[in-house]
Design a protein around this ligand. Structure first.
Ligand code: MLT
Length: 396
């Protein structure tokens, strides 16, 4: 028998649907010069230090003495140690290598993590949101409480009046480009502790935070170490969208109750899940990720982030000074554009593609509250990004 919950999903995954629409347009207009600012896919090449580390690892794999087969499902110790030291301990957060789980991407991590929870759990999800949180929980048949993120609350999800068992938070946010303040995160940690709810904190875009008062990790908030799991990725930090490497941080102190009231450490359950269903990210890729933290790699990946943030500035200021209302783009590589009153985001998608051959992402694809908005990514090529802004300002 089929899992009928699949029929509660939209017809296609957001970005596959958009890609199909763009492909159809190009088939009909083969000479159109289309600029893609839709899916948040990076365009800068891998940092030289990363490439060099991966080449060295390839050589090892071709050498009988250095060759490696299956690696540890949790990730090699060298990478988990580099992550714990650089991403946490350097910020005063006490996370050990044993609390890090390296994977092949945050998309699969955020989608898979819900497997640890019973189908009866009630899950809170911001609206609009990265569609993977919603779709993976719909597939499991869970009840979802949507948290409206609108202009009036600064696009910041607020704790609901009711109990939920888990909540997804994403900061800096995809798609609105806003970043959660320390007080907002403190409020969520207090809610989670009171309600015995788990926070699933997606900080895939933390490298884009420029506001020094905003936390990069949920564990910068005291008390979060008992109620939060964090998802991080090398995709947007170091251009690994095609290379695939990410990690889940799960302190030993996070425990959740079963239906019989017994308390269980999530760290051990996630290890059990990963060792059963995952055979580890490739050695070559993990060596590349390790190089992100090297003396040579660090400034190189910082330069990539700066490149994209300059694109964000070009879009934000270019459209802003032409009279558009824009949000985000200061602590995140996404610009959230407010559309003219009455125009649906799907109609705007078509108008943008047909009039100036620019692709973006309709806000409605991220949830009901995304209607009336449109997402542009700063991950494009610099000249093409400037060209897209020029076309929009000139013709729309
Ligand atoms: C996006 O465009 O929202 C992201 O690139 C999707 C992803 O990271 O999977």
């Amino acid at each position: 028998m089929l899992n009928m919950n699949y029929f509660n999903l939209g017809g296609s995954y957001l970005f596959s649907g958009i890609a199909a629409k763009v492909a159809a347009y190009i088939r009909e207009n083969p000479s159109a010069d289309v600029i893609r600012l839709g899916i948040g896919d990076v365009t800068r090449p891998l940092a030289p230090a990363v490439v060099e580390a991966m080449r060295k690892a390839v050589d090892e794999m071709g050498d009988a003495d250095a060759f490696r087969g299956y690696g540890p499902e949790q990730g090699y110790e060298f990478l988990r140690r580099a992550i714990a030291e650089n991403d946490y301990q350097a910020r005063g957060v006490d996370i050990s290598p044993e609390e890090i789980f390296v994977s092949d991407g945050s998309k699969s991590d955020v989608a898979n993590f819900q497997e640890l929870f019973d189908a009866s759990c009630r899950i809170a999800i911001p609206d609009p949101v990265y569609p993977v949180y919603r779709d993976s929980n719909l597939m499991a048949g869970r009840e979802i409480v949507y948290l409206p993120c609108v202009e009036a609350n600064g696009f910041m999800p607020e704790p609901p009046a009711c109990h939920v068992d888990a909540v997804y938070l994403c900061s800096p946010n995809n798609p609105t480009g806003t970043v959660m303040s320390r007080p907002a995160l403190e409020n969520w940690v207090a809610y989670a502790r009171r309600e015995q709810a788990l926070i699933l904190f997606d900080s895939a875009y933390e490298a884009y935070i420029s506001d020094r008062s905003c936390p990069h990790s949920i564990y910068e908030i005291p008390g979060a170490e008992t109620v939060a799991v964090e998802f991080r990725s090398f995709s947007k930090t170091a251009g690994f969208t095609g290379t695939r490497c990410a990690y889940v941080t799960l302190p030993d102190t996070v425990a959740v109750r079963g239906a019989d009231g017994s308390l269980h450490r999530l760290n051990q359950l996630w290890l059990r899940r990963q060792t059963t269903k995952f055979n580890g990210a490739p050695y070559i890729v993990q060596r590349g990720a390790e190089a992100v933290y090297s003396a040579a790699g660090r400034p190189q990946v910082r330069a990539q982030v700066a490149y994209y943030m300059e694109n964000a500035r070009i879009i934000r200021e270019g459209l802003g000074s032409a009279g558009w209302t824009v949000f985000g783009g200061e602590n995140a590589p996404y610009i959230w554009l407010k559309l003219p009153a009455g125009e649906s985001s799907m109609d705007f998608f078509d108008r943008l593609l047909n009039t100036v051959q620019v692709v973006g992402t309709p806000g409605a694809g991220f949830g009901k509250c995304g209607e009336g908005y449109f997402r542009l990514t700063a991950f494009g090529d610099r000249n093409r990004t400037a060209e897209a802004v020029g076309r929009i300002v000139a013709k729309l």
